[in-house]
Design a protein around this ligand. Structure first.
Ligand SMILES: Nc1ncnc2c1ncn2[C@@H]1O[C@H](COP(=O)(O)OP(=O)(O)OP(=O)(O)O)[C@@H](O)[C@H]1O
Length: 207
């Protein structure tokens, strides 16, 4: 279980998280909606240890999530358009192996086809490349994935393919938090949908 308790964070005078509690179970896909600027990305970065909260506690499967570079973190954060950080001169095989030998089952779950390995990123569709980019974060140590608007740049079919891939990862035990502005999309794909409002989480019930 990923447990974030009493997380508070502010930028200057603006408090974006106010004693927020969030729980994400292994194998669960949770959705998070909220108006622009409410702190969803800030939360994602905090959960993955990229940013230390002002106060609060985060633990994954009973162990505290550490902050700072160089530590293997069980929580990985995928920002929107992370494929932009892919080196276009590398073939897909090299991209996938950069973090160590990838798990074949994980690649299959993400729908990554063996024949892509010899291609360059420009020789994949946007949706295919987005899944290759996500695969870079699914390391042997990864237990929880925070996906921040990763379907936003994709066409509807590719977004559906991405969610199919995420569900396959969830079936393998990964806990996944999907941040999106699209409540209807999350309703269809997530096991539960929360909203971030006034720095706290609540069940989302907007139509
Ligand atoms: N490093 C920073 N310094 C100052 N303010 C920041 C910083 N990072 C984020 N903010 C502010 O904190 C608030 C929350 O930002 P955040 O990116 O978490 O929102 P969000 O809900 O993810 O928004 P969106 O849906 O538009 O991506 C915003 O008002 C933003 O301007």
């Amino acid at each position: 279980m990923l447990k974030a308790t009493a997380i508070t964070h502010r930028f200057g005078a603006v408090k974006v998280l106010d004693h927020a509690d969030l729980f994400l179970a292994p194998g669960q896909i949770a959705g998070l909606v909220g108006p622009s600027g409410t702190g969803k990305s800030t939360l994602g970065r905090i959960l993955a240890g990229h940013l230390a909260p002002l106060s609060g506690h985060i633990e994954a499967d009973g162990a505290p999530v550490g902050f700072g570079p160089g530590r293997p973190c069980p929580v990985q954060y995928a920002p929107q358009a992370s494929e932009l950080s892919i080196d276009p001169r590398w073939r897909v095989g090299r991209i996938l192996e950069n973090g160590g030998a990838p798990d074949q089952g994980m690649l299959e779950a993400l729908g990554i086809r063996p024949e892509w390995r010899d291609r360059f990123p420009r020789e994949l569709s946007g949706g295919e490349l987005a899944r290759v980019s996500l695969a870079r974060l699914v390391l042997p140590t990864t237990r929880y994935l925070i996906c921040d608007e990763i379907t936003a740049p994709l066409d509807a079919l590719s977004a559906e393919d991405m969610m199919t891939a995420l569900r396959a990862l969830a079936r393998r035990g990964m806990g996944i938090l999907v941040i999106s502005h699209n409540y209807g999309f999350l309703r269809r794909h997530a096991d539960l949908v929360m909203q971030l409002q006034h720095g706290k989480f609540a069940p989302a019930g907007i139509a």
